[in-house]
Design a protein around this ligand. Sequence first.
Ligand SMILES: [Zn+2]
Length: 398
Amino acid sequence: MAGVRNDKQDAAGGGVRFPHLVAQERAADVLRRALRSGRLPHAYLFLGPEGAGKEAAAIGLARALLCDKYRDADAGGEAVLPCEECPGCAQSRRLTHPNLRILFPLPKPKEGGGEEIREEYSTAQQKRIDEVLAAKEQDPYTPLSVPGGQEILVEHIRALRREFRLTSFSGEWRVVLISQADRLRLQAANAFLKLLEEPPKGVLFLLTSSRESRLLPTIVSRCQTLRFPALSTERIAEELQARLDADRGTAELAARLARGSWRAATEWVRADPAAEIERAVEVLRILVKGDPGEMDVEVDRLASGPGEAFARLLVVLADWLRDVMRYEADPERYAHLGRSQVLVKFARHCAGRPFEQAIEAVDDARLDLERRVQPALVAHQLFFHLRRLLFAPMPAVG
Ligand SMILES: [Zn+2]
């Protein structure tokens, strides 16, 4: 058969393949079986942490359903889906298939936007939206996020409802991907619930969320949920070497820092994790010395650089402090990990200090950055806390 990849799992699963989904074999099997049996629910809800592969799976499933061979044969028959040869596959690969809708949090259109919301976006905004979708086409792990995109707009849900009312099932599947379904705020969520209560025939809703607690229970109860757990560090390291040709050392470092997220792992591989660790250690050195002038220079440097660089530094810093804590707890065992002398020296220097609080301070700084607190303020506060927790003279006893 043309187009078949040499992949045991795909062959055994009866045709549907998820070439871009990393790990998550269990979820993929559930979806393969559902597609093959022809008994798909009206709506799936994919839950799991960011970067675990929810949207890679959703796009893979959508593409299989929208492949012309899925319609032609009975539930796809023996065909490999998506076949990558039919016109439907060409369109779904580019995420431009007319029966595929992708909704994600967008900025509010201007007042009086009316029916045609897209036209109300400024050229710059529309460009950003198109760029994000183009990046998603290249890598389904790319987050669908644009500046100012806070919620899924009720106008878009209403437009869907109108459309589904006006057109009847023609035998072709339609798939609606709702990315970050926890961003359906009240109005949009209610409009969407009406859709789910009377699900249009031949429409599959695919919802994704990494914030389960923020989902409306009424929405959750109408979806079939499927979980995408965080990936193991070992698996990420293996896949980085196999898929991205990363060398083993870099892959292992990136996998650790990624904390279960394939997306984060691919970003770390590109960012040179060893250099990032050097940089974090340099910041700690400056804090140990505690020279106010030097610390101010460092605050400026962090605040004026790209936001992602600061955020990455914080991830590395927290990871490094966790390592120090592990070393302190069990130096013997740690010796086998063969970590740097710098770390050992640092651990001795800060013995008995409240590392957990220091890690919390770093995590707080990361959240502040996400909330768009001024980077200079974040850096300044973080330095103050770390100095106090890790390096300031201990109060004299008695
Ligand atoms: Zn096809």
